[in-house]
Design a protein around this ligand. Structure first.
Ligand SMILES: C[S@@+](CC[C@H](N)C(=O)[O-])C[C@H]1O[C@@H](n2cnc3c(N)ncnc32)[C@H](O)[C@@H]1O
Length: 231
């Protein structure tokens, strides 16, 4: 599926005000649990500086801010998603721990070997150039640094795959139709999830762009997966 960066950025701009609410509805609140898992995995690396790529409304950055003596930079191409994130950060008085910046993962402005950890929550499948985005994430990581990626995936088990397919092809577009100003966004998000490489296929891409020691953790029978790898 071809994705133009401008289209993606506009799409997230238009759904930014409903993004958090619809995320809660579509995942039955499960995304919070999965993002907490990303936080715990990141914390186990004792990081001092984390880059949260495709931070959106900053859910993951906010969780990561619980890590002691650690600063977080969150970047995103959608200014509107970031502005909702910034409001949340201000309400929680987290300005000194989290800095949000407009930025494109495919051309990061940070030096080589800069961050201890890079996190990407539900971002990779929206990158226009996936490999370039992952290569840039690798470049800015310190040697032995860790990348933690949370992304939707398709369950391998036939029974759960069937339930997943019915849910994502009928319920998600319906929820989009009822609640969203831009229902086509939910069609795109569903379609892109169904064709995006997952499991071993995604690990192969991580290895190809220079990561090592890849691991996958399946969540909810494989409806989402956390990938962990080292630089
Ligand atoms: C589904 S949202 C995920 C937001 C947040 N991480 C979360 O887990 O709720 C995907 C985000 O990826 C951002 N994005 C897409 N392509 C990007 C790129 N090339 N660089 C940075 N952010 C990008 C979008 O603007 C959007 O905010």
């Amino acid at each position: 599926m071809l994705k133009s960066k401008t289209k993606i950025q506009k799409m997230f701009d238009t759904i930014s005000n409903e993004y958090d609410m619809l995320n809660n509805i579509i995942t039955f609140g499960q995304h919070k649990k999965w993002k907490s898992k990303v936080h715990k995995l990141a914390e186990s690396q004792n990081p001092k500086l984390i880059l949260d790529v495709a931070t959106g409304t900053a859910d993951i950055a906010i969780l990561l801010s619980q890590i002691k003596n650690c600063k977080i930079i969150g970047i995103d191409i959608s200014k509107k998603m970031l502005s909702f994130g910034q409001k949340k950060i201000e309400q929680l008085y987290l300005n000194d721990k989290i800095k949000l910046e407009t930025g494109d993962v495919e051309s990061l402005k940070y030096s080589d070997n800069y961050f201890n950890v890079v996190t990407i929550g539900y971002g990779v499948r929206n990158f226009e150039n996936l490999e370039l985005g992952l290569m840039e994430s690798n470049r800015v990581l310190k040697k032995n640094g860790t990348i933690i990626i949370l992304e939707t995936s398709v369950p391998q088990n036939r029974f759960f795959k069937k339930i997943y397919n019915i849910f994502s092809s009928t319920i998600i577009p319906l929820i989009g139709k009822i609640f969203s100003k831009n229902p086509s966004a939910y069609k795109y998000l569903n379609k892109s999830a169904s064709i995006f490489p997952s499991g071993k296929m995604f690990e192969k891409i991580l290895l190809k762009v220079g990561f090592r020691q890849t691991q996958s953790i399946e969540l909810l029978f494989g409806a989402s997966t956390i990938y962990i790898a080292k630089k």
